[in-house]
Design a protein around this ligand. Structure first.
Ligand SMILES: [Fe+2]
Ligand SMILES: [Fe+2]
Length: 461
């Protein structure tokens, strides 16, 4: 049994504007592509359509931000893909513009007069991609749908809608949870392998600090426990735009694995192929090969990598320019203003002195501030010609691609990076700097399960 998962297609209709200062600013503050989404999705759908996978699951945030015009275009593409493979879709908050901030761009101006899809219309709009063949279905208070479908005679797929838990977060209301528990138990009684598909995350990935804010659903431990105890052992999610696998074990000793799938239209444009055999669940990441935009062919991985790095460049140059610019960039990324201000205090001196130089030059400057003792001399010698910025680029890409390149504890790469990460701690030893240290450490060493190629045990065997 082979199933493919993709996430966060964020299709952006070119009718919303693809040039001008307003568009460039928007595009430059985003890790994923905007104007190129249609072309990247076409390329991915061709690859998936031609593959030997048996079904395709799309993990929400199908459109940029719920624009009707984006929905209509992506649905056409989905109908085309469906001619080759069954397609199951879940929708999420970006499919009904939950921030009520739709935008189109013209020259230097941003306009908000864009018609958007209502949450209660999504289920019918996408009924041909799952709901119309549901084994069972639950309607949320938003009018969105959680449904189950059978894939072959062995697997029952649960497509969750976890947009709101009624308590100001994403997740599930109590009646919804009870329905899910009942359906999981029923599926297990029917002898099915149960797979979950949701948009938001049910556990933290990389580091607990990244689970703050809106990344995970509300009451995540409780929900993860209830899922696992009912008999759900594997779930796939999107939303964070990172690639990672983690697991959670309930107090009763039941384990649930969560595969966090990155955005198809941002680096590394992941297509997750899952193969279920008697003894294992094999997980592998592929990428669309090339896409063609405005008559020119691009290698997808290099293109999305370059786009993501532009975001780091913009952020770093903003940190050197001034507080307002830096905070603007961070708040555009969803980081609250107060946190952005604290980060500025830490980032500004660091970036001012060490970003545009080699390790050797940076070390000399840091010595003047009494921080030379943080570094081992032999490591400075080994990395003296490497640009400090290159570490930042590599770590950022690693966070997105599931640590394709790993640096185990004790390696010289690990030791030099962690020496740099000790600087913010030295400036201010607070939760935030300790958290940042932990985040980088976790990215360098990678998850226990490599999303690019690994086997999970088949707990249904
Ligand atoms: Fe998203
Ligand atoms: Fe999302």
């Amino acid at each position: 049994m082979k199933i493919t998962f993709i996430a966060d297609l964020h299709h952006y209709s070119e009718a919303l504007g693809t040039s001008g200062r307003a568009y460039e600013l928007r595009s430059g503050s985003d890790q994923k592509c905007l104007a190129e989404t249609g072309a990247i999705i076409d390329s991915a759908f061709t690859k998936i359509g031609d593959s030997d996978t048996e079904s395709v699951v799309i993990l929400g945030d199908i459109t940029n931000n719920g624009e009707i015009v984006s929905h209509e275009e992506i649905r056409e593409k989905l109908y085309n893909l469906k001619k080759k493979k069954p397609v199951y879709v879940i929708t999420a908050t970006h499919d009904w513009c939950c921030d009520k901030n739709p935008r189109r761009f013209e020259g230097t101006s941003t306009f908000h007069d864009v018609p958007v899809m209502k949450a209660e219309n999504l289920r019918d709009f996408y009924k041909d991609f799952g709901p119309s063949e549901a084994v069972s279905e639950f309607f949320t208070h938003l009018g969105t749908s959680t449904y189950t479908v059978d894939i072959g005679d062995k697997v029952r797929l649960f497509c969750f809608n976890d947009d709101q838990n009624g308590k100001g977060k994403s997740g599930y209301k109590e009646d919804h949870l009870q329905w899910i528990e009942k359906e999981i138990k029923k599926a297990r009684k029917d002898g099915k392998i149960v797979l979950g598909a949701s948009h938001h995350l049910v556990m933290s990935h990389i580091h607990p600090m990244l689970a703050r804010g809106g990344t995970c659903i509300g009451d995540k431990e409780k929900v993860a426990s209830r899922f696992a105890d009912a008999g759900l052992h594997y779930t796939f999610a999107g939303h964070s735009h990172i690639q990672h696998i983690n697991s959670f074990t309930s107090e009763k000793g039941n384990t649930i694995y969560e595969v966090n799938v990155g955005s198809l239209v941002g680096y590394p444009s992941p297509i997750i192929n899952v193969e279920i055999t008697d003894d294992k669940i094999h997980i592998e990441t592929q990428h669309p090969d090339e896409f063609t935009y405005k008559g020119i062919s691009y290698d997808t991985l290099s293109y999305t990598r370059k786009h993501s790095l532009m975001l780091v460049d913009n952020l770093f140059s903003a940190a050197q320019k001034g507080k307002d610019e830096f905070c603007d960039r961070l708040t555009a990324l969803g980081i609250p203003q107060d946190k952005a201000s604290i980060l500025y205090i830490i980032a500004h001196p660091m970036l001012k002195y060490v970003s545009n130089c080699t390790v050797g030059e940076g070390y000399k400057k840091l010595k003047l501030f009494g921080m030379g003792r943080l570094f081992e001399k032999s490591l400075i010698e080994e990395f003296k010609h490497k640009n400090v910025m290159d570490f930042a680029y590599e770590i950022f890409l690693s966070a997105l691609d599931g640590s394709t390149v790993r640096h185990p504890k004790g390696s010289s790469y690990y030791r030099i990076v962690m020496s740099f990460m000790a600087i913010p701690l030295k400036i201010k030893d607070i939760d935030l700097t300790r958290g940042l240290y932990g985040v980088v450490e976790s990215i360098l060493t990678g998850s226990k399960w490599d999303i690019n190629n690994c086997d999970l045990p088949n707990l249904y065997n």
